[in-house]
Design a binder for this molecule. Sequence first.
Ligand code: R5P
Length: 309
Amino acid sequence: MPVVSGSSGRAIAEALAPLLGMQHVELITRRFPDGEGYVRVPSKSIESVRSEPVVLVSNTYPDSGVLETILLLEAIASVRAGDLSNYKNEEPQSLPDVGPGIFLAIPYFGYSRQDKRFSPGEAVSARVIGEMLARCCDGIAILDLHAPAILEDLSVPVEFVSAMPEIAARLSKEVDPDFILSPDKGAIDRATEVATIGGWDFSYLEKTRIDAHTIEHTPKDLDVNGKIVAIVDDMISTGGTICRASDALHRQGATEVHAACTHGLFTAGAISRLSNHVDGVHSTDSLPNPRAVVSSAPALARGLKNLMG
Ligand code: R5P
């Protein structure tokens, strides 16, 4: 069975394929000079893509990733349906339809934070993208989606998988924390999972986001004096959440503070900002970044095994 990838999922697809007992096959993706995308299932891979169910690894981030994922799914679907008709009249033009069997693995689901209509007139972007993808495949595995409820009733099965077990293993090996902290209520479940796996103490902060760059943490008495603390979140973007939480922990006597996340977006100079506030940053490779030290492949493999039976 093939695990295929475009421009965003290659490294993860290569790691995922052996975990599923499958082969990695790279599809063709290019950019035209005007920036528009082009995708193709190469002739040499057509038989493989038709032979058995296919897993596509692709991120819906940045915007070009949303489009590339849809175009790749469409290209795979036409090959599997046997529609090979083409302008160059290359043969064969058609083959029998091999039926359903396209599964999408999304390491980082972009737009996940626009999961509600916060103000009238907004698009609920996460839902819009989820519905578009569901029209082009037979099942989706998504890694640490910000708030899974928004995609719970799509027209195809969705497996919500988490890299928290792998993050716990990394922290256990490299940090040996005394205490796990969720920087807000939204990350409590994930951080609790990490704390439970490692047998570490756990608490959370009350966070108020003033705007995209300003965050306030309500002071809370935490027993972190002299302790090593790891802050666990689903994603780090500007780093503001982690920096403020780390400052609060240091004020309360923490000796060392680490940050761990699934999705390391690290926008707007986040890496250098974080280096002034925390002792270490540990991210998965769901997005390419300089702190990607945890593989997201095992978590995706767990979800895909469930999806594919
Ligand atoms: C928000 O609820 C998320 O879980 C993260 O805490 C947030 O997106 C991190 O953003 P930033 O790094 O910009 O503070």
